[in-house]
Design a protein around this ligand. Sequence first.
Ligand SMILES: [Fe+2]
Length: 385
Amino acid sequence: MTSTILFRTTPRIFLGNGSIEQIGAEVRTLKGKRAFIVTDPGIVQSGILEKVTAALKSDKISFGVFDKVESDPRIEIVDQALAQLHQEKYDSVIGLGGGSSLDIAKLVSVMAKTSGKISDYFGIDLVPHPGLPLILVPTTAGTGSEVTPIAILSDEAEHLKKGVVSAYLFPKVALLDPLLTLGLPSAVTASTGMDALIHAIEAFTSINANDLTDHLAFKAIQLIYGNIRTAYARGEDVNARFNMLEGSLVAGLAFANAGVTAVHAFAYPLGGEFHVPHGLANAVMLPHVLRFNMLGNLSKFAAISKAFGLPAANLSQKHVAEMGILAIEDLMQDINIPLHLKDMNVSQEAIPRMAEGVMKVTRLLANNPRKLTLKDAEEIYRRAW
Ligand SMILES: [Fe+2]
């Protein structure tokens, strides 16, 4: 029996070289006259902000800029941005940058229209109203945040990452211009690209995967695995950058609907306690979680190896799935991503409490293809260490 599929996503998605030129027209379509750009200092320095503001100026859209988004942003950053928004009276929000900037822009958009506190909305479907019209412009091929209903913040006091999940966090428009990603440093290309690959792998193997998300996730694995080395080695390769941004987008479409699984659950304590960047935290856990998860759905894990282009003839599904994990470790070495937690200054003593942290991420563990106990979680961290 096949159950009915519900697929939700961002209503307008642009993907094209130079598509940033459309941004003014899109603000206008949303009846915006005064746009609030939420971004980070790196985007200002790299000259990307200027490209966006030039496009807005040519369409006579007035704008202001909040450029204080940090990586692993704290709740306070949303409050700071909101104070500026209310003071300067904007009618629309543009998120510009990596996942942190896009997530903060999502929260600023919804918080601008409610009197509640963010902490009231941690969890699923607790945001009461739609927010200000929102346009998201990713500058990394990573999070896929432009097509997901999720925003993640760091709770410093509790050493935890917390998520707001609500359909009101989908932007009205996602604008993806690969030319904005040409100057991304190779280390960022590697870690954000691994995050995108993991979104695709986890969506593909989630127990909530369906036919639609499978088509997207499989294609995303092909695009990202097939282009990440080139994008890392030769960042100005427009074709590789285009395929990476398309891959991260398509992975986002898939995981927004199928969910991610245990790799992300293992990454959260590493980010929360040791500030390991999201992409690296996921990548270092990936081979170890895959080796554990594989038995839960051998045919799916073998199909990942096929998406990588590995030979499968006359081999068992398990053998093919194992080849895929070796291929991931080989990729990680090529793009200079550590294979072990001890190389990331994570202390071994933290493993028991991090394992407890994993078990609290029930939202993601519910999607995992294999049941996982506290003992399993400790063992997986030990293997990764
Ligand atoms: Fe992620």
